[in-house]
Write a new protein. Structure first.
Length: 514
């Protein structure tokens, strides 16, 4: 019972206080800055990623000291409790942001859509008279690849219909307001290009039949689409229309249910998810023991000290014998964040955006844009692509950089990365290729050669050799299923292995902590 009281005092109560304070505080700031204020960010950033990132500030300051009192076989075991706490707080926070947007949106009654400029701009509208033109539509067809190993092929069709006061009496006419409808379907990315094309054609035909049979005039109210990726795709479709185009068209979505039901059960789920998360976190605290000798010191501390904070982010901070790996990771993450905050997406990026940022693409690269061989190895197609590559880089960097030194490590990374990019355009005629995996495979190829040449002590060399072969083999097999540039993987791996066989033998006497 005494240990339980200490867990409640130093861990559970801080968790509850952080949760109760953080959710309403962030929700208020969201309302003040992004709904009532003039700031504008993509909704997936304000509703998902910004609260998730900011959440770690109070967790590291007020909860981490308490979780470090728990007894684990490994010193880093406490971090699992921090991660669960973040999950338990994030779920009700995400729901609260969705509820905030729908609950604070006002409903405005208009005689016609042209009256919108004469009234206060709100989230929802009803119309007495209108005309939805299903003949002069514009269509945007697109596909994205997502999943940890790029296993999902997501097909989307965006259709916009002119929304005007009455049936047009001229051939060419202006339109500022549009009604949007989206259809989507996901299939496996392992399929061949021909199979994907056939599936997309079938999906398009089914979607258009569904569109033709839908009576959009029966809507209960219209909802203004927010600053989302879907809005960007609808805008792209509008720009394809033969009608006079506008820089910032207003796109609506039709809602067919009662306006009073727009919030659904979001409010109940905010409290429900908070209760479930709090209960599970409490039950998890019953499992480990607690360090008696550290309790008194923790009780005297109200904030985390700087060494603890530095240790938490140590993998991203350059230090002796581990200098280049964190820098390369930080550059990759920084480029990814710049793309995210530019409004290009998060889970995945469009091919056109990747090309704009420097993706490797044979028709462009061989047409004089050879710099793409280098820039493409610092780009990633989405969040899971980035995370999986950074994990692989971290593992091999910890083991290899202390042996090589920062200069050789950097040279091998860049050289094998460029060779991997060359292999990609040699093998693929029209494939957009991005990612650090070619360079990372180059490091694994060098590491494999170092293991075969007994650069590392035999007692640790064999386990490393087995784990490396499993990692390389698994990724190459996954690449055969489609959606992964195996040409770059093989190019990087073989060039790294060749370089390793040439120079790795000279590293045997280099000091290392491995």
């Amino acid at each position: 019972m005494k240990n339980l009281n200490k867990k409640i005092q130093f861990i559970y109560l801080p968790f509850i206080v952080i949760t109760i304070c953080y959710i309403p505080l962030y929700t208020f700031l969201h309302w003040l800055l992004f709904i009532k204020g003039s700031l504008s960010l993509k909704e997936d950033i304000t509703n998902l990623w910004l609260p998730l990132v900011l959440m770690w500030i109070p967790l590291l300051i007020w909860l981490q000291p308490g979780t470090k009192l728990l007894k684990f076989k490994k010193d880093s075991g406490f971090f699992g409790y921090l991660i669960f706490a973040a999950i338990a707080i994030s779920i009700p926070t995400f729901i609260a942001q969705s509820y905030l947007i729908s609950a604070t949106g006002k409903l405005t009654h208009l005689d016609s859509i042209s009256d919108i400029e004469k009234s206060e701009h709100t989230k929802y509208y009803t119309l007495n008279r209108f005309f939805i033109d299903k003949e002069d539509i514009a269509v945007r067809k697109t596909a994205t690849v997502t999943g940890k190993n790029r296993t999902d092929y997501n097909m989307q069709i965006y259709i916009v219909m002119p929304l005007i006061d009455h049936f047009p009496d001229t051939v060419m006419w202006e339109c500022s307001y549009w009604l949007g409808e989206k259809y989507s379907k996901t299939i496996g990315n392992h399929r061949s290009p021909e199979e994907k094309a056939a599936s997309f054609k079938e999906f398009y035909e089914v979607s258009m039949k569904k569109f033709d049979s839908t009576d959009f005039t029966r809507f209960s109210y219209l909802e203004v689409l927010g600053n989302t990726r879907d809005h960007d795709e609808f805008n792209y479709a509008v720009n394809k229309s033969h009608l006079i185009k506008y820089k910032d068209p207003v796109v609506f979505q039709a809602d067919f249910g009662p306006f009073e039901d727009r919030n659904g059960n979001k409010l109940a789920w905010i409290f429900g998810s908070f209760g479930i998360g709090s209960l599970v976190f409490f039950l998890l605290l019953l499992i480990p023991g607690i360090k008696e000798t550290a309790v008194e010191d923790t009780g005297k501390k109200n904030v985390i000290n700087l060494p603890d904070l530095k240790a938490t982010f140590s993998f991203f901070l350059p230090r002796k014998d581990f200098y280049l790996t964190p820098i390369i990771m930080d550059i990759n993450i920084l480029v990814f964040l710049l793309m995210v905050f530019s409004g290009l997406g998060l889970v995945s990026f469009k091919a056109t955006d990747l090309l704009h940022w420097g993706a490797n693409y044979k028709p462009y690269t061989t047409d004089g844009e050879w710099w793409r061989l280098l820039t493409s190895i610092f780009l990633h197609g989405g969040i899971m692509h980035l995370l999986s590559n950074m994990y692989g880089l971290l593992f091999v960097g910890i083991l290899l950089e202390p042996k090589l030194g920062k200069n050789k490590f950097a040279i091998i990374y860049l050289v094998t990365g460029i060779i991997a990019s060359l292999a990609s355009i040699i093998w693929h005629e029209k494939t957009i290729s991005v990612g650090a995996s070619g360079a990372i495979f180059g490091l694994y190829g060098f590491f494999l050669a170092a293991l075969l040449l007994n650069v590392y002590p035999r007692k640790i060399g064999k386990p490393f050799l087995i784990s490396t072969l499993i990692f390389v083999g698994f990724n190459l097999v996954m690449g055969m299923s489609g959606g992964i540039d195996n040409a770059a993987h093989i190019g990087g791996l073989s060039s790294g292995f060749l370089i390793g066989m040439l120079i790795a033998d000279g590293l045997k006497n280099r000091a290392t902590d491995c």
